[in-house]
Design a protein around this ligand. Sequence first.
Ligand SMILES: Cc1cc2nc3c(=O)[nH]c(=O)nc-3n(C[C@H](O)[C@H](O)[C@H](O)COP(=O)(O)OP(=O)(O)OC[C@H]3O[C@@H](n4cnc5c(N)ncnc54)[C@H](O)[C@@H]3O)c2cc1C
Length: 450
Amino acid sequence: MRRGASIAPERQGGVAQMRHVAIIGSGPAGYYTAEALQKLYGDSVAIDMIDRLPVPYGLIRSGVAPDHQSIKAVYKRYEKVALSPNVRFVGNVCVGPDVTVADLVELYDAIVFATGAPNDRPLGLPGSDLPGVVGSAAFVGWYNGHPDFADLDPPLDVAAAAVIGNGNVALDVARILAKTRSEFAGSDIVGRALDALEASSIRTIHVLGRRGPHQIAMTPKELGELGHLEAAAPRVDLADFPPQADDALLEPGMRKSVSHLRDFAGLPRDKPKLIDFDFFAMPVAVEGEGRVERLIVERTKLTEDLRSVGTGERYAVECGLVVSCIGYQTPPIEGVPYEHGRGRFANQDGVIGGGLYAVGWARRGPTGTIGTNRPDGFEVADTIFAAYPPEGGSKTGGPGLDTLLHARGVEPVAFRDWQRIEAAETGRAREGSPREKFTSIAEMIAALGR
Ligand SMILES: Cc1cc2nc3c(=O)[nH]c(=O)nc-3n(C[C@H](O)[C@H](O)[C@H](O)COP(=O)(O)OP(=O)(O)OC[C@H]3O[C@@H](n4cnc5c(N)ncnc54)[C@H](O)[C@@H]3O)c2cc1C
């Protein structure tokens, strides 16, 4: 047990005056907020970054696609923040069951919720509780080794899958379903998922969007990749597109995305797998005997203000797996006001009230890229700094938390512990892969010899 091992000596003496901030969540939003607080306060702040998992980095580890290692490399920037003396990682501690918000209010000047939006928005269709319907948080978590989803075992012994959504997460899911084993070289997809995907019988991946090609939320780089897959080719129907001249009205990124989509129409159909873009397609029901067998879809059209409305025309998409990529929600935490309609903490510019703040997806909802969380965290850090000037704190912060966790028998994982987990993951990686992740908390803790 290494309780308090990472508390810097200079923090111990300054407990009475310095400010103590707890950041809940160690994803991008948490780290950018910590970085900003460090810049503002210098040595006058002590930051505890509490995460429910023994491993840091949130969706950088468990969301960003395993075959996009250059994007995942952003964690190196967070590592610098994590290793600085006034930031401490307190992993394996879940705010809610292990430590309450009321506990934290006693111990810290400010508490920042950077808990992301890890729950899938429910599909909410008749039949969507059938086996074989999974949310993208679960599916992505499965191939990325998130302990909550390691045992998902999605049905891949089927001929076709339907991916619902027209954003980058849908693209990630379609690409992962389409890739060959060799195309995962250099990735850190977990071995079990890689084996299952290699054995998959899926040959057609339908990507369904309620609106048209001009309304997608897919970025050009991710879309362009689909045109270069080893064993899969994308297909679009040019009849779904507005006149080409209209592309000129799009902003440049979107124009590039649409241009990739148009190019897909000219690609040869000589590969065994197909990624079929189905626009103006609104799923209305899932059907099957004991498991998914088909998705019932209603054709849509656009209104003048670009909303989609059903036309009444329905058809069936035969598929044995449905992955819904329709957005996420932040789980509520007792003691934190919640905005149910938007699935996030109730906040005004990141301020919840009573010393509580929200950043990242817990603040804004599940939109934007990794980089979007930076200005967000910096803005909230400015607000905290204005409310709690560097001198004048009287809270106990980290040492108080350690006492409380010890009394409750909760064993936190420090950043140096995580580095030992990381080294163990690197040590057992298959050839060419940066790591083979542990997919259960028990395995992670066992790697520490506890
Ligand atoms: C599938 C997918 C792929 C993506 N790919 C890209 C990409 O390629 N490029 C890009 O720019 N963006 C990508 N994004 C978006 C990016 O991941 C997010 O913008 C970013 O991760 C949001 O950061 P966050 O810190 O708000 O939340 P998260 O990254 O989700 O971090 C939240 C953290 O809070 C912790 N936590 C939650 N609840 C508790 C609790 N009660 N107690 C303690 N800890 C808790 C979690 O364990 C987690 O570590 C992707 C998102 C998804 C879902």
